[in-house]
Design a protein around this ligand. Structure first.
Ligand SMILES: Nc1ncnc2c1ncn2[C@@H]1O[C@H](COP(=O)(O)OP(=O)(O)OP(=O)(O)O)[C@@H](O)[C@H]1O
Length: 228
């Protein structure tokens, strides 16, 4: 469960990115975050995984206030939230297996725990035949599947994605969306910022629209709602 209570974010240069956000996302929900460029979507998402701190307000993650965390407590947040980026952010000198395994090493899992779990995740994203490939040898869709396996490997309750299909062609985008649907069906909360109107209007979910740093719309089975 993620809850924001009167959350404001002003960046050091004075830009007001978010102005008084109140929202509650329950366990197991699938939520799209939409809105025009510069509306505050990425900021909203960064606050959830504690990449940024709110200037004012409270953010509760599973009832735990993450707005006031000390640096050393951040790894705990990162274990309960998996993050997927538009540009994948894989480590170029590690192969597919190592990229996913590394996320478990960071949380000090043993080798014995790591191997079966990494293989299970790579099976889920259908990449077991590419264990030894390096990111530069993979297509964009394959790289994104590795990054999803990495985000899931520590069994987070929530997965957050910032434009995960932004660099992918329509067919590959749908393959990625099917994986997110599967993950959500298995019980993981999904929060996804996207500009993909076709996906939002076809695979209907809750839509939170942010405009000018405020929530302009929050609908169950909502629509994308912008031209272009
Ligand atoms: N690190 C930063 N420092 C200063 N201003 C920032 C910073 N990051 C974002 N902003 C500003 O905050 C506002 C919201 O940006 P944000 O990236 O959250 O929007 P967005 O909705 O994700 O946009 P896009 O769809 O283009 O990715 C914008 O005015 C942006 O210029």
């Amino acid at each position: 469960m993620i809850e924001m209570l009167d959350v404001w974010k002003t960046y050091p240069n004075g830009t007001n990115a978010l102005e008084g956000i109140n929202v509650k996302i329950e366990k197991g929900e699938f939520v799209y975050v939409v809105g025009p460029s510069g509306a505050g979507k990425s900021t909203f998402i960064k606050l959830m995984y504690r990449e940024e701190k709110p200037t004012k307000g409270t953010i509760l993650l599973n009832g735990f206030n993450i707005s006031k965390l000390k640096e050393r407590q951040i790894p705990k947040v990162r274990r309960s939230i998996g993050v997927v980026f538009q540009d994948y952010k894989l480590l170029p000198k590690m192969n597919v297996y190592e990229n996913v395994a590394f996320a478990m090493e960071v949380v000090e899992a043993t080798k014995k725990q790591t191997k079966p779990r990494v293989l299970e995740m790579l099976e889920l994203v259908k990449l077991k035949n590419k264990l030894r490939s390096y990111p530069s040898e993979l297509s964009g869709g394959e790289q994104q599947r590795v990054s999803i396996a990495r985000a899931l490997v520590n069994s987070p309750g929530t997965i957050i994605a910032d434009e995960p299909t932004g660099n992918l062609d329509p067919e590959t985008s749908w393959e990625i969306m099917r994986i997110f649907e599967e993950i959500n069906l298995r019980g993981t909360t999904v929060v996804m910022a996207t500009h993909n109107r076709e996906i939002v209007n076809t695979l209907r979910k809750r839509v939170i629209a942010i405009e000018g740093g405020r929530i302009a719309r929050d609908q169950q089975r909502g629509e994308y709602g912008y031209e272009g």
